[in-house]
Design a protein around this ligand. Structure first.
Ligand code: 8ZB
Length: 483
């Protein structure tokens, strides 16, 4: 298949762009790569993301990670310290202004938060706190810490946080564009994430391993597993080409246990297949499962049940890491206590499932085979469109609707593919749009949807899709009509 990816950014081009990125905002002036390398090297193993992931993978343990971020450094540090006893790896969720590179607005948010004595931002504005603030944070916590965001142009954020000792960086040129932005072109976001991957590769060149994690769930709304798998594989290939060596690939819970376990199993084997076929051997691969990313029930006990179903699927699939939701999900940014509640419920479920047999049933194998056939069909087309350049291939694929993410805001996305649940709640394809799935696969989806139509005595339609989008927050998995 040849080398199906954009060539590595040359050092000359990277370093020239780097000078520009660091001059784009005053915080860039404090970034010193050599000092960053020394800081990363001085981290104890227990604070290195790549090490903790490798240990968990080797011992078949599952790490728990919450989401959390507030405006002020002291408050955020206290939040991290409060979460530390209840989780395995820490996040730092970045605020929405920083994600849009609006550092002036982020600063106003910091100032107003100080005056108000409470966080008025929905995350931690790491660029404004700068290298110095981030170093103080990293020094004050005892576990590995990751940047979690949703930023199409995350170059400066990466420079600041990685040089301060964050040891994992979430995102990717597709997964942090299509679900998050409307007008950013894929060409731009992929180019900016090539920079981020090359920065991580540059740390690797200097003996520092930093974990990279594409954002698996995409829009979190009825995303068929093969769609998010293709994005994960493409972003994985792009990252490996830039010298990334430690990758965590993810998937967001869809809700049907068989499909969710099959999705996690196939994600791992498919990624290995495509990475090795492209000539990559030297990489560490781990997996992450996101608990339900769609609408949640308001009621905290009901929300906890949704959290536990995700924990169960994830542990059945023996994933490396779970991103944990909270019983406050329906209402907004969670308190520390709500975050701890989600972590405790997840831990209890993970422990109880972990003691049990991990063997797959035949229905899981069958579902995994379906996902594999779907991924191969789309990847084949992406390689063809790219003619040796997977980045170009994926851009063309989105343009033609060959790749299509349901419910995404991006203009770069066709939005023709429409999913719906089948009679057991698995996500199936109602309208395939221009995605080139094989005929036998499409027939399977159609038959599965017909089964549900017969059971409900109604034709499949967009109403059914809407019912499904609302179902979990209304206490069911499948959006059945009222009896
Ligand atoms: C795409 C990720 C969305 C999830 C959570 C949302 C949702 C966002 C914060 C946060 C804790 C924050 N989220 N910002 N959780 N603290 N600052 O990310 O609730 O679950």
């Amino acid at each position: 298949m040849g080398k199906p990816f954009t060539p590595r950014l040359s050092d000359d081009v990277f370093l020239a762009e780097r000078a520009e990125v660091l001059q784009s905002f005053p915080a860039g002036a404090a970034v010193d790569f050599e000092v960053g390398v020394e800081r990363q090297k001085a981290l104890p193993l227990s604070k290195k993301f790549s090490h903790v992931l490798a240990e968990a993978h080797a011992n078949q343990q599952t790490l728990l990670q919450p989401r959390a971020g507030v405006a002020l450094l002291e408050e955020h540090t206290a939040l991290m310290q409060g979460l530390t006893p209840h989780c395995d790896v820490l996040p730092t969720t970045i605020d929405a202004y920083t994600r849009l590179n609006r550092y002036g607005d982020a600063q106003a948010g910091i100032d107003k938060s100080k005056a108000a004595g409470t966080s008025l931002l929905n995350g931690f504005p790491a660029v404004n706190h700068g290298v110095e603030g981030c170093v103080r944070l990293v020094d004050a916590v005892e576990k590995p810490i990751q940047v979690r965001h949703g930023t199409p142009d995350a170059r400066l954020l990466g420079e600041v946080t990685l040089s301060a000792g964050f040891s994992s960086y979430e995102g990717g040129g597709i997964s942090y564009n299509i679900p998050y932005a409307k007008k950013v072109t894929l060409e731009d976001s992929i180019r900016h994430w090539r920079y981020c991957d090359r920065l991580v590769g540059h740390y690797e060149d200097h003996g520092v391993r930093i974990n990279r994690e594409p954002f698996g769930p995409l829009t979190g709304t009825l995303v068929p597993p093969f769609i998010s798998h293709v994005v994960a594989i493409v972003e994985g290939l792009l990252a490996l080409e830039q010298g990334v060596k430690c990758l965590t690939l993810g998937y967001g819970q869809a809700g049907n246990l068989v499909q969710d376990v099959a999705a996690m199993r196939s994600l791992r084997s498919l990624a290995d297949h495509y990475f090795k076929s492209a000539g990559f051997e030297d990489y560490a691969l781990s997996t992450v499962f996101h608990q339900w990313m769609g609408g949640f029930p308001e009621d905290e006990a009901q929300a906890t049940a949704v959290i536990c179903l995700g924990a169960m699927a994830a542990k059945k699939a023996r994933v490396t890491k779970i991103i944990v939701k909270t019983p406050h999900e329906a209402s907004g940014v969670p308190t520390l206590a709500a975050n701890i509640a989600g972590l405790k419920a997840t831990r209890q479920m993970v422990n109880m499932i972990g003691d049990q047999n991990a063997a797959d049933t035949s229905d899981i194998a069958q579902e995994a085979a379906l996902i594999e056939a779907e991924v191969h069909a789309v990847m084949r087309q992406i390689f063809q469109l790219g003619q040796g350049d997977v980045a170009r291939g994926v851009v063309a694929a989105f343009k033609q609707g060959v790749m299509d993410v349901p419910f995404a805001p991006a203009l770069a996305n066709a939005g023709k593919l429409t999913p719906v649940r089948d009679n057991f709640g698995a996500v199936r394809i109602f309208d395939v749009g221009n995605v080139p799935l094989p005929d036998d696969v499409l027939t399977f989806h159609r038959d599965k949807i017909s089964e549900r139509s017969v059971a409900e005595g109604r034709e499949a339609s967009f109403d059914m899709v809407v019912d499904d989008v609302r179902a979990i927050s209304a206490s069911k998995l499948i959006g059945r009509p009222a009896a």
